[in-house]
Design a protein around this ligand. Sequence first.
Ligand code: PYC
Length: 312
Amino acid sequence: MAGLPRIRIIDSHTGGEPTRLVLEGGPALGGGPLAERVGRFREKFDAWRTAIVNEPRGSDTVVGALLVPPHRADCQFGVIFFNNVGCLGMCGHGTMGLVASLRHLGRIPPGKVRIDTPVGAVEAELHAGGEISVGNVASYRQAANVALDVPGVGEVRGDVAWGGNWFFLVAQHGLALDLANLEQLTDYTRRIRQAANQQGFSEVDHVELFGPAAQAGASSRNFVLCPGNAYDRSPCGTGTSAKLACLAADGKLAEGDAWVQESVIGSTFSGRYRWLDRAKGEVAPTITGTAFVTAEGVQLLDPRDPFCWGIR
Ligand code: PYC
């Protein structure tokens, strides 16, 4: 039908995790710092979020990326990330998807690009070979070896860390990080998130389990529960940043050394960090991976459709 509101999108995936970039036709959030604009997105335009990423147009795993003009003068682009349950602070795989999509459209050449986000500026680099590095926001561990009493599980110990989103990171769990075990992994991490939220860490919305890597050359394998109940198919850029902050704080990874994080589906990111402030435990992580464009399209908002604004 002619005249329907149209949202122009480009889809990509990064290590298996999808990103849906909104190029045109998204909600008009006005100007100002991105932290303010994401607030307006949450309060006034939530139906746009669900229309774009939820079923029937999307799924629980799709991360949306709304391309907006930057506020910071040193940035070329601005982006607001969101998913099936709300908005994200930053998104590592999503930034790689954004860069791959901009490259696909001919809007950026190989090289560096600065991107404004609600939690700070990030610097991405598109390498000549197609890999993308993301210089993420300052990351740090907030609390180490926290003991949670997890109903139905017992005591679980882990670290609370910021990598552009909040994580509870657990190394000792006794579970196989395997796709065959998805139901158990999802149930276990949901219980941990609920316990963390009730026991002093209301900000935690991602839970990350670590185990031995399956492939040669990788440092570790992870399973990451995203804020809804979907798991991250990629190794999670913000989660790997949070992990690097913990490794740095524990003296387990030297500045500049590589940490190769494998996801539960076997895709990998390579991460390194640089110290920003040793006293505060703040590091600047750089995460490198690859993203591929999978589709270009236009979403139509038909007011006659009872699920025009997504299944909420
Ligand atoms: O790569 O940072 C990330 C991310 C967050 C949620 C899903 N992926």
